[in-house]
Write a protein of this length. Structure first.
Length: 310
């Protein structure tokens, strides 16, 4: 089944070229089924790029998914056209009385700031608190994962001596968890961050479980025991060249940046990177939609039970 996206969203043309199964609102209106409702709180600066990446992964499911794109009211995006935001995005005030099967909170390039210094932190905390009562399952990515762990469970983040940047081997710690159903024992994930959360802090919270991790890049997927909150420190949604684009951008700005780890073949930036994380990225998102959200959420969203975190 397809994802249901707004008519004329820029991502539709890219998805069409890739033979991704989607439908527009006009077509979806004639479907006599109860679709899964997923909101995407897009905190990334290049929102069109990020929304396309996530929509591509959400499409790999037999479930029809209705998408709601959200932006922060208390932050002005400088890298996405206002016309695009006005046409396709809503703010929290527009949906606070709604309920969703799923919510995705993306990363953001603010991890070197204190949480409380981020200009939309109070609004984000309000949304995360709201999600516990109005969303069945929330999927946090990178800085969004760190922010969620900090807000809900008091897990701190730590500065890294250098950017965690590139492709890293990961291993599955709980092979029976539905989010990693079908995963290989070892799989590759992109990371691009200046901070980390640590196992010793997470292990102190009985409600949390580390599902996957890496010897080199550390904690990867953390879930709560109810299997409704997930915190993913990597960027499985990244395209083949996303890390390359970040690398060349930072070089062009004269910023200190190392060659991304195990990314370019032979560490040669003239080579095209292998897209060797795509399969597990699709599997993780489809597992979330199929086995977490669709199997767990009540048909009537008014019957949602709140998630307890503290």
């Amino acid at each position: 089944m397809p994802i249901n996206i707004p008519d004329n969203l820029p991502a539709t043309e890219i998805l069409r070229q890739e033979n991704i199964f989607y439908m527009t609102n006009v077509v979806a209106a004639h479907q006599d089924i109860r679709p899964v409702k997923i909101a995407i709180l897009n905190l990334m600066p290049k929102k069109i790029e990020t929304e396309t990446q996530i929509l591509r992964l959400l499409s790999n499911s037999p479930i029809q998914v209705d998408i709601e794109l959200l932006q922060m009211k208390t932050h002005v995006s400088k890298n996405t056209p206002i016309s695009h935001l006005t046409k396709f995005y809503r703010i929290f005030d527009d949906v606070r009385d709604s309920r969703f099967d799923g919510l995705i909170i993306t990363g953001a390039p603010v991890e070197q700031m204190k949480y409380e210094d981020v200009d939309y932190w109070d609004e984000l905390c309000e949304i995360m608190d709201w999600s516990l009562k109005n969303v069945y399952s929330t999927f946090h990515i990178c800085w969004g994962a760190q922010a969620g762990l900090y807000h809900h469970f008091g897990i701190p983040k730590y500065d890294l001596p250098e950017k965690m940047f590139g492709l890293f081997d990961h291993r599955v710690l709980n092979q029976y968890h539905p989010l990693v159903r079908g995963f290989d024992d070892v799989f590759v994930v992109p990371h691009s961050r200046h901070t980390e959360v640590r196992r010793e802090d997470i292990d102190k919270v009985p409600q949390l479980e580390i599902i996957t991790e890496s010897d080199r890049s550390g904690v990867h997927i953390v879930g709560d025991r109810s299997q409704r909150l997930f915190f993913v420190t990597g960027h499985s949604e990244y395209d083949r060249r996303t890390i390359a684009n970040e690398y060349f951008r930072d070089l062009g700005k004269g910023l200190p940046i190392n060659m991304p780890y195990h990314y370019f073949p032979y560490d040669d930036p003239e080579q095209v990177p292998y897209f060797n994380w795509r399969g597990h990225a699709n599997l993780m998102f489809s597992n979330w939609v199929n086995y977490i959200v669709y199997q767990g959420t009540p048909f009537d969203l008014n019957e949602l039970t709140p998630i307890k975190t503290k």
